[in-house]
Every structure is written in C-alpha cells, then in structure tokens.
Write a new protein. Sequence first.
Length: 319
Amino acid sequence: MFTPTKKSTNFWKRQTPSRQDAETVGFKPYRARLFIKFLIIFVPVFVISAGTGLQIVSNHETRISQNLLSARIGNQVARFSVVIAQNLSENGLMSSQSLISTLLSNRAIQCAELRAGTKLVAAVPARIGCKGQERYGTVKLPVDAQHDLIVYFNDEEVVAARQSRNEFILAALAVGLLLSITASFFGFRWTVGQPVGSLLNAINRSATGDTAVRIDIERDDELGTVIKAFNNMQSTLQENAENIQSHVQDLEELARIDTLTKIGNRLMYRETLEERVQTATREHPVALLLIDLDGFKEVNDGFGHPTGDQLLQKIAERL
C-alpha cells in the first residue's frame, strides 16, 4: 500500500490551517456595528412615539386642570355674588369693598370689580380694579338688578403644574430610554448578536479552509434558515474536500507508482533517495542495492509481452 511521503502531503497541509489560527479572526466589531445601526433606528422612533404619547397625555391633563380651575372660580364667584347681594340689600355699599377683597385669597384670582352698569362701585385692587390686567379667563355674574360682579383669573397654577409634569415626563422618558436601550442590548445580543457572531466566526474559519466547522444553534426564524443553509454548505464543502484529498493522493500515487508492478517508479526512487541521503548519519548510514534482471528479453521474445508482464509482477511481489 502506497503511503505519501512528507513532501507529497505539503500541498494539502498548506490548504488547511489549524483551527486555532482560524479562531483568531474576530467578529465582535460586526456585532457592535449591527447594534449601533439598530439604535440609530430605535432611539428616534422611541423618543418620537413615547414623547408624542406623553405630550398628548400632558395636554389632556392640562385641559382638565384648566376646566377644573374655571369651574372652581365660577363656583366661588357665584357664592360671593349671593353674599354681596345680601350685603347690598342690608348695608348698601358700605362693606362691599371688604367683601370683594376676600376674593384675592384665591391666588388664581387677579382682580375683582363690582359695577353698576359702567360705573365702578368697588374694586380690588382699590380704585384700579381689572384695568390693564392680563387674564386667562373672566367670570361675570349679576349680583342684583343693578350690579354685576366681574372677576379676572389666571392659570399660573395650571402652567406650573404642567411644567412640573413636563419635567417628570422628560425624566421618565430618559429613564425609559435608558432601560429600553439596556434591554435591547441584551435582547439584541441574545437574539441577533450571538447567532450572527457565531455565523461570521464560522464563515471566517471556513474561508481559511476549516470545512469541519458547524453552528450548533437551532432557530425557527430567518437566522435559523441561514444557519441551516451554512451547515449544509459546510457538509458539501467537507465532502468535496475529502474527495479532492482522495483524488490528490491517487494522483500522487499514480505519479510515483508503476501501474504494472505497483512498486515505486523512477520519480519515487529519486525523492526517496534524496530524502534518505539528507537524513543519513554515521550512526544511521544509507545503503543502495541495485538488482538486474537477466534474460528478460528472451522471455518477452519467446513467450510474448503478456508473459513478460506476469513475470515482472511476480518478481515485484517477491521483492
């Protein structure tokens, strides 16, 4: 049986680097770039959608607060109009100023006026009333047949509450974004990063000649389909590589073995002799034995070439 020499196997060894060399090819930068691309899409979508939703909720809460403020001021002014009407019927205009002044205990009320038609009867602030005042809303209620109570109020407490709510929304949005990025990182790493990293590592190793590498990940999604296709491709490549190696060995054997006698030919003789001479030492010398076959021509001429071939085969077997 022919055994390839060290020299004859060098070609195949050059084509299959060690697995340790193949594993030195890294794939973490690919995973990082994929995650960055994911964040480029995820962060704006998250901020816009979450921010818009929270802002809608904030605006709704603001409208509710404004309606509640208007209702509260209206109820308070209605109660005061009843008290002022009773006071006018009993005491005239004597204590109207002091009664109106108590309205300013509510910080939302800016000013109040008691008018008889266009005539200012009582006002808070005194003598000025609501002249030149900026207001969010106005409440005007009749006190009696001659007098009207007019109140201006602002929505500063609603604005302050909205500002506090917006600050809370920003903080919640930042915390939510941070938690989402953290969860996305681990989720992306588990669902995409590790399978893609394993796939890229296997592809890099396969590119260096390692056809035995396989990816031991079972998934039912698109990545699972890609991984199955890669494993099938590797099986095909490994089978082809084994066939090529077998063919290379056969060709090397044909190049160095005589087809009739199945023993080494002139090429193998030269290679083997050169190798043995280079490794020969005084303790391990090399001897060369020459054997000649006498009378072979007479056998070919007398019995034919097929008989001569059989003779050569028998001699080769005995050797």
